[in-house]
Write a protein that binds this ligand. Structure first.
Ligand code: EPU
Length: 343
């Protein structure tokens, strides 16, 4: 096991923010994981990352050990006429796995094309896009328990998947490291084109026969047109979650804002797109110093190059305050904030 000290993490967070960590360890074998488990001092304050696509560090130096999950590999563990079960190691890039599934003609994850990050990070916040959440095709999550030093297996129901959440973000946060995910994929495809933009994109592309490849291409094209590529412009995708509000509150808001969009959740609640709320507050495309709100998607905060984590955090605070005072809705950050104060 190699422990590096005072390492810059600029390359390991998609915001491209230059911050350092006291210790940095790459986990690329189960043996390294076991060795690290014995190092109580190193594990006292730990941060676990895969692709760093959902973190914002507000410190110049984080007094912690950053554990970089780079466990790699994929294997088919079971197959029937209708399904295939594939175990994918946590450090694999999410989109590489999606492409691998499509190449093999296995359906289920095509709507989740081009999402940044790793396979191990996907179940933590139950990544979702274009009408599909990863939880629907997760069969099992395998994870290392730091305390008991043993491998745990979480069946789908144990994961308690919700909108951008799971037990890995709540009860088991920091207590485990996801080592692999078992996906149940479909050999007979069920296309999900409920999200209007997909149908429009398929028409634009002139595709009349649906396939998982066509859906993946359509999703890739929509994402490229709306969401900035973190390799060109630092960002972490949606910075906030879409908030859930009571129908009574929504009806009140509708009186003044007749065009307010919503998705019905149940008899009492609706979800409102945070991007719309932020845009209505005049933030879309606004630049504050070295960071700002993206011009095509108000849910995305971007780093124009030299922003600090704190600059971005302060910008997000201003957005939260404006949305709160205009709509009486409290936005919640989707991005995980890293700060020494949290240890
Ligand atoms: N909208 C605006 N202004 C904006 C952005 C959006 O008015 O600047 C409106 C749109 O017109 C539309 C609605 O908000 O009526 C929804 O917009 P969009 O389809 O772009 O989706 P979203 O709700 O903003 C969510 C996810 C994305 C995911 C898309 C597509 C969250 C927090 N975000 O965004 O996920 O790609 O749906 O399924 O749920 C991510 O989590 O990082 C992410 C990018």
């Amino acid at each position: 096991m190699i422990v590096q000290q005072n390492v810059s993490i600029k390359h390991l967070n998609t915001f491209g923010i230059d911050f350092k960590v006291d210790n940095y360890v790459i986990i690329d074998t189960m043996q390294v994981l076991k060795t690290l488990s014995e190092e109580k001092k190193l594990l006292k304050h730990k941060i676990q990352v895969g692709g760093g696509s959902n973190i914002l560090c507000v410190e110049e130096q984080l007094h912690a050990t950053l554990i970089h999950n780079q466990l790699k590999g994929k294997k088919v563990i079971k197959e029937t006429e209708a399904h295939v079960w594939v175990e994918v190691m946590a450090g694999e890039k999410w989109h590489d796995f999606v492409l691998y599934a499509i190449e093999n003609n296995w359906g289920g994850v095509e709507n989740l094309s081009l999402i940044p990050g790793t396979v191990g990070a996907a179940p933590i916040q139950n990544i979702g896009a274009y009408g599909v959440e990863v939880g629907t095709c997760v069969e099992e999550v395998r994870a290392w328990n730091w305390n008991d030093k043993e491998l745990l297996k979480f069946k789908k129901d144990d994961c308690k998947f919700g909108y951008r959440t799971s037990v890995f973000k709540e009860k088991w946060k920091q207590k485990i490291l996801i080592t692999s995910v078992v996906f149940k994929l479909d050999k007979q495809h069920h296309f999900n084109t409920t999200y209007g933009a997909i149908t429009q994109e398929l028409e634009k592309m002139g595709i009349s026969t649906l396939s998982i490849k066509a859906i993946s291409d359509a999703v890739t094209s929509i994402r490229k047109s709306k969401l900035p590529n973190p390799e060109e412009l630092g960002n972490a995708g949606s910075f906030f979650k879409n908030p859930t509000i009571k129908i009574s509150h929504f009806k009140e808001l509708q009186k003044e804002h007749t065009l307010i969009p919503s998705y019905t959740l149940d008899a009492q609640h609706v979800k409102v797109p945070a991007g719309w709320l932020i845009e209505q507050c005049g933030w879309k495309g606004k630049k504050i110093g070295a960071c700002g709100v993206h011009k095509d998607q108000a849910l995305v905060i971007v780093n124009y190059g030299k922003a600090s984590g704190n600059d971005i955090y302060q910008l997000s605070e201003s957005i939260i305050q404006d949305v709160q005072s205009k709509f009486n809705i409290l936005l919640e950050r989707e991005v995980q904030i890293l700060s020494n104060r949290l240890f």
